[in-house]
Design a protein around this ligand. Structure first.
Ligand code: PGA
Length: 245
């Protein structure tokens, strides 16, 4: 699974260029690979008309309820527009919009399997230096305790200090954390689900292969490098080439 997280970037013109560049480069076609684009919601309809069928659209954040939730995009609207997934609890939502673990829990539980949740977890630089990475992630995952998860529930491991910084953990460290995440989710979810775990944080076409070579890395959540359709296509091609050897 490869997800392009456009964050609050893009325009109608950019979306047209993006798909042109993407399809020029997208060579290693494997229709099994889940390729998702999470643009700002206002561009979803346009992107649905530009994309081809094996590419999915999704949200960067979601509100499970409809009605009295001014400013929010509800799960029913996402489904109405053909979205198949939503990121939940991205560190920028946690930092700039003060989303707490409790609010993130509400979202996951009340989505009630309507859409694939991609739960984002990860430690800050300070927590990393203090050796608290697993402890922090365990806490962030506790919200799904005793909950029956969507079969395709996915976790994105995104160390906060790696996002947009050009720095990343070593590929082996990422692999170890991904194994930890799979074990925790399996042991605390009611349906003992072993989730796919994506890595996110400064993934580029230059370092992607080192991550994809790791056994427990099932894909990537890509911010900055996903804004260029050609680079994102390169990363998809590298993924397909590495995971299908
Ligand atoms: P980045 O962002 O690839 O620009 O580091 C990743 C993310 O925030 O999801």
């Amino acid at each position: 699974m490869l997800i392009a997280n456009w964050k609050s970037n893009g325009s109608k013109a950019m979306a047209i260029d993006w798909f042109k560049n993407f399809f020029d480069k997208y060579s290693f076609k494997n229709h099994e690979t889940f390729i998702g684009i999470a643009p700002p919601f206002v561009y979803i309809d346009q992107i649905n008309s530009l994309k081809k069928s094996n590419i999915k659209t999704g949200l960067q954040d979601i509100e499970p309820f409809s009605g009295a939730r001014t400013g929010s995009i509800s799960a029913n609207m996402a489904i109405d527009l053909g979205c198949s997934f939503s990121m939940i609890g991205h560190s920028e939502r946690r930092e700039f919009f003060k989303e707490s673990n409790d609010q993130i829990k509400e979202k996951i539980i009340n989505l009630d399997k309507k859409i694939i949740p991609i739960l984002c977890v990860g430690e800050t630089e300070k927590e990393n230096i203090a050796g608290k990475t697993k402890h922090v992630i365990q806490n962030q995952l506790e919200i799904i305790k005793n909950h029956e998860l969507h079969d395709l529930f996915t976790v994105a491991y995104e160390p906060v200090w790696a996002i947009g910084s050009g720095q990343t953990p070593q590929a082996e460290e990422i692999n170890e954390i991904h194994k930890f995440i799979k074990d925790v989710v399996q042991s605390i979810s009611t349906n003992n689900l072993v989730p796919d775990v994506l890595y996110g944080g400064s993934v580029t076409d230059l370092n992607a292969m080192s991550f994809f070579e790791q056994d427990f890395v099932d894909g990537a959540l890509i911010g900055g490098a996903s804004l260029d359709g050609s680079i994102f296509a390169d990363i998809v091609n590298i993924f397909n080439g590495t995971k299908n050897k």
